[in-house]
Design a protein around this ligand. Structure first.
Ligand code: ATP
Ligand code: F6P
Length: 454
């Protein structure tokens, strides 16, 4: 029996190499957010955290505002005035408490990336952070977000700041005005990262990444993070996910393969353009269709492509999880021929790798470029397969590795995801076309079931 990939290989793909090219396990990176209030720092840190969790890298955010709120839950703008000594003292104490917990977290031994989320707006503060980290063998990556568009900043304030716990119960207009005054107070002392800090590893995102300055990136995780962060944008868009229409293999309860659509699968392909319209794509909006290289996804997307004129891209990375020697078998046949494998997969479905095939973990690694491309893109519809769709969905909803491989994703259903400042909104649209259910619960060797609609 092929053993599942052991747990301590969680992020082997990302192990750090030192200057001699030797792999080591002691990577510790503190990502230090820098920027005036309402520049998207928390949003960037939150998204990067979700990305790291998805690829299996232990990470955590230390938000200095949360520490400050313990003593000063509803500060007025004057609290942030640099000439207010009590405010200064309390803010310094909050930063020290966050830093000390961050270092403790690394010392406990499980952490790889910590985000220190605060404005970190002066050179003195950044030098202190750099020294604290350096003394503990923690590398630093400074991520500065600057933005001089009044419109974006005002939108940010209205979108997220007036509903912040700092302003609970207050009139949103009063809150917005107070937040503007808070920004003014920070502006009095704010120092952007400049040449005098050129020994630091940093990335500067100017006006939501329209210009990006990168300095001294040394290790692999930092370079992936920087690449990820520089691709983020805030233009409104949606991502649609659909499995292919019901296939011949689905009807025969077989896994894998490259079969054609069934008659009902073909009906779903014909219904897809209408379903997409019903889900609310803004008139004139651009959209791109991504499929795998397997016939059933290409056939599912072809009417949509023909009717709409949307461009289609085929991605090998979107092909279904490779079930190796089990390709073309039913779950019952797998349970009979490879009983130990069948049990091992149920015990740890995320890490179990089919003989000669893949695990869910392998699929996530090959999907990484897809996620990078998705972050850069605007409206995209992805027509793919059960396991692949689960992995992409898990990224957007920060779903755990234990849960995601067991998620039920019915055939003939279009899922619309709309990323918002904090979280992803979801809507589902069912075509009224019956299909088998290919979902198998833990412990069962079930035949693909007729769906409740059939
Ligand atoms: P604070 O210092 O008050 O915590 P912050 O910089 O952490 O503020 P966020 O709470 O992350 O700001 O602000 C979120 C808002 O910023 C969202 O409305 C989001 O659309 C927007 N945003 C995201 N990225 C950027 C960016 N690079 N530049 C400007 N705004 C951005
Ligand atoms: O049954 C449809 C299918 O896409 C198979 O081709 C694939 O092996 C399987 O789903 C993946 O689902 P699970 O990981 O639950 O076996």
């Amino acid at each position: 029996m092929l053993a599942p990939v052991p747990r301590d290989h969680t992020y082997c793909f990302y192990r750090k190499t030192d200057k001699f090219g030797v792999q080591s396990d002691d990577t510790k990176i503190c990502v230090v957010m820098v920027g005036l209030p309402a520049r998207g720092k928390s949003l960037i840190a939150g998204k990067a955290l979700r990305y790291l969790h998805w690829v299996g890298i232990p990470a955590r955010i230390f938000n200095v505002g949360t520490y400050r709120r313990m003593d000063t839950p509803h500060p007025a703008a004057g609290f942030f005035d640099p000439s207010n000594p009590e405010g200064q003292r309390m803010r310094r104490a909050a930063a020290q408490a966050a830093m000390s917990d961050l270092i403790k977290w690394f010392k406990e031994g499980h952490g790889v990336v910590a985000f220190l989320d605060a404005t970190n707006s002066t050179k003195t503060r950044r030098a202190w952070i750099h020294k604290c980290c350096h003394d503990e063998g923690i590398e630093t990556l400074f991520v500065e977000s600057t933005c001089d568009s009044e419109e974006i900043i005002m939108n940010n304030i209205l979108e997220v700041k007036t509903t912040s716990p700092d302003y609970r119960g207050q009139d949103p207009e009063v809150a917005a005005q107070d937040f503007r005054n808070r920004i003014r107070n920070y502006e009095k002392i704010y120092e952007t990262i400049d040449k005098s800090e050129k020994s630091y590893t940093y990335v500067k995102l100017i006006n939501v990444g329209s210009t990006v300055v990168i300095n001294q990136i040394k290790d692999y995780i930092s370079s992936r993070l920087v690449y990820y962060i520089q691709n983020l944008h805030i233009r409104p868009r949606s991502i649609w996910l659909s499995r292919h229409g019901e296939s011949g293999f689905n009807l025969g309860s077989k896994i894998g393969g490259d079969s054609d659509l069934s008659i009902r699968g073909e009906a779903y392909a014909k219904a897809l353009p209408g379903l997409l319209k019903q889900s609310g794509i803004p008139a004139g909006a651009k959209l791109i269709i991504w499929t795998s290289t397997l016939k059933r996804t290409i056939q599912t997307a072809r009417h949509l492509a023909a009717e709409s004129g949307y461009e289609t891209l085929e991605w090998k990375a979107l092909d279904e999880l490779d079930s190796g020697v089990c390709d073309g078998l039913t779950y019952e046949e797998i349970a009979e021929r490879y009983p130990q494998d069948f049990v091992a997969r149920d015990e740890d479905k995320y890490n179990y790798r089919y003989r000669g095939g893949e695990s869910y973990r392998d699929v996530v690694i090959r999907l990484e470029p897809i996620i990078m491309e998705l972050e850069r893109s605007e409206n995209v519809i992805i027509v793919t397969h059960q396991a692949v769709l689960r992995c992409i969905y898990a990224y957007f909803h920060n779903m755990s590795q234990e849960q995601s491989p067991w998620m039920e994703v019915p055939l003939h259903t279009l899922i619309k995801l709309t990323p918002r400042a904090y979280g992803t909104e979801e809507q589902r649209f069912k075509a009224n076309i019956p299909a088998v259910s290919t979902w198998r619960s833990k412990g069962s060797s079930a035949k693909h079931q007729p769906s409740i609609d059939s």
